[in-house]
Write a protein that binds this ligand. Sequence first.
Ligand code: ARG
Length: 340
Amino acid sequence: MGFPRFHPDSCALVKRYLTPEVYEQLACLKTRTGFTLDAAIQSGLCNPDSHIGIYAGDAEAYSLFAPILDPIIHAYHAVEDPFEHRPGLDPILLAPLDPDKNFIVSSRIRVARNLKGFSFPCHIGSQDRGQVEFSVSQALRKMPREIDGKYLSFKDLGRSQMQDFLSQRLAFPKGDRFQDAAGINRNFPDSRGFFSSRNEQFMVWVNEEDHLRIISMESSSDVCGVFNRLLLGLDHLGAQLRFAVDEKYGFLTSCPTNIGTAMRAGVHICLRRLEKHQDLLNHLANQHHLQIRGTGGENTSVDRAIFDISNKQRLGISENRILRNLHTGLAAIIHAEKNL
Ligand code: ARG
């Protein structure tokens, strides 16, 4: 392909760190499953507004293409060597955050996982994708009573049924243009589907950006309850499936922004006063290592003062620590909102 020409306006981390020397060194390499650097950077090349611009096609990509991925990981996660994966997945109990339901509308925590031995979604073949769906759906049959439910494959759903599940945010849509350029949408909706517990508070998305997105959520501020439910599901899935995990990088994911705990824990929170004091809100979020997104998640705008606030750190920090930071940060934000 020759040294790639990124859009002049692109601020993607991949553009910043992919020097001609690094390109020269890596361009001729292939992982054992045949994943290349050119494939990894395709999305960043096609989408000048990418922030990162690179995806991993399998677990080996993280070691083989470390000369480009490592600087991106250091920059995005703000970690310095030496760091390591330090899991801490114990049930947790913290003071109620917003018991009168004045601010927090809902809480949601997800972790991403990929199965060991399979290529990741941007590079997987259709047969393997089907095998992933089969293994995960089998494991989901053995969930404990509290989160028992059923798995639905998208191919078995009619158009209007699919629409209903999409509007309830139980199902997931075809990926965005970033994922599309990375190859994640190939053969959509084949071998994709979702599991939902009967009370719809525990879900698993299969073959979205990662093989599994394990999700716990509810319409309350009880982030600990949501976390503990996630642990229950994770324990049962982890006992039946083998996940791609590395001692240093933690859980390996398609996008290098998600490695480590692969956890995003957050709330939808209504902040009418802070909406008019964005500087203060941003300051509080930064201070507590939180990220603010629009109401509909990534790349969306804020609707009726409802912000999506979640952890920014995922790597070199435990899940328990992330949850504590979120809790402290949200308490500070609620305090500021009350006192404005
Ligand atoms: N590839 C996109 C970018 O570089 C998305 C990055 C993070 N989001 C994600 N869903 N992995 O901006």
